[in-house]
Design a protein. Structure first.
Length: 123
């Protein structure tokens, strides 16, 4: 079976999103509500990514546009959110690397730079 033959429905991620939303609205503990808010954001990314065709859940390369070797951020159950696990704002050393290599200060450009001759020799 190829990656193209795998089809995962949205029922599970939608159920997880609903569960997290309920926790955000009803739980008495503020820390628990805060953690649930993070889960809401992740499950919303999963649902949106599936709907837009950016995510192919069940594939070995579930996130379109990410290099194969970049580990995706994963919500419970192995559902990729569409973001890289090593994401977020660039750290100072990453910004410096982008400047040194003449790249835009963007995570995607940095990911690909590691595969270039310059990136491999002068990382």
């Amino acid at each position: 079976m190829s990656d193209n033959d795998i089809r995962i429905g949205r029922g599970y991620p939608l159920g997880q999103l609903a569960r997290a939303l309920t926790t955000v609205r009803t739980h008495e503990d503020a820390a628990t509500r805060e953690r649930a808010e993070l889960q809401v954001r992740r499950w919303q990314q999963v649902v949106d990514g599936m709907a837009e065709g950016r995510l192919n859940i069940g594939s070995r390369t579930p996130v379109k546009g990410l290099p194969t070797w970049v580990t995706p951020e994963v919500a419970h159950g192995g559902f990729a959110t569409g973001q890289p696990a090593a994401g977020g704002a660039l750290r100072p050393d990453e910004t410096d690397r982008a400047r040194r290599l003449g790249l835009p200060a963007e995570r995607q450009a940095l990911f690909w730079s590691w595969l270039s001759d310059t990136g491999l020799c002068c990382g």
